[in-house]
Design a binder for this molecule. Structure first.
Ligand code: SF4
Ligand code: SF4
Length: 133
């Protein structure tokens, strides 16, 4: 089990905008709010978004996660030509906080996913990472 971090924990993090984290990702869950925000942003209905961009996953309760595409299993919302997230301003929490993973949001527990390819990581607190612009 990875080390659990709190908001005050110091970790080495950074982002070179390499977009590796939009490929070969596990399930990226979408909340009801994500579904409404992203479908509005894409100018489609929530139902069209659910049907065409997500699939059901079984957790403690049924949840929905983003679909993948192509040989690199890119996120369906990844803009391959422009090499960026097509819904960046409304992307799901898992993508906003990456490479942290929200283990227990209610208690502010996170852990680091060892998949980030950033070459310029710097020491930063979890709280600073979550509130960066
Ligand atoms: S893998 Fe790391 S460096 Fe690359 S885009 Fe994702 S967070 Fe940024
Ligand atoms: S929602 Fe955006 S940031 Fe998140 S994995 Fe998909 S393309 Fe990448």
């Amino acid at each position: 089990m990875p080390e659990l971090l709190t908001l005050k924990s110091k970790v080495k993090l950074g982002c070179d905008m390499c977009d590796t984290c939009c490929k070969y990702r596990g399930d990226i869950r979408v909340t009801i709010k994500n579904i409404f925000d992203i479908s509005r942003y894409m100018k489609i209905t929530p139902n069209e978004f659910i049907q065409n961009y997500t699939h059901e996953i079984k957790g403690q309760e049924p949840e929905r996660a983003l679909n993948c595409k192509g040989e690199f299993r890119e996120c369906i919302l990844y803009d391959t030509k422009r090499k960026l997230c097509s819904v960046n301003s409304v992307k799901p929490l898992q993508c906003v906080v990456f490479p942290l993973f929200p283990e227990d949001v209610k208690n502010d527990y996170f852990y680091v996913i060892d998949q980030c390819k950033c070459k310029n990581k710097k020491e930063i607190t979890v709280n600073e990472w979550l509130n960066r612009k």
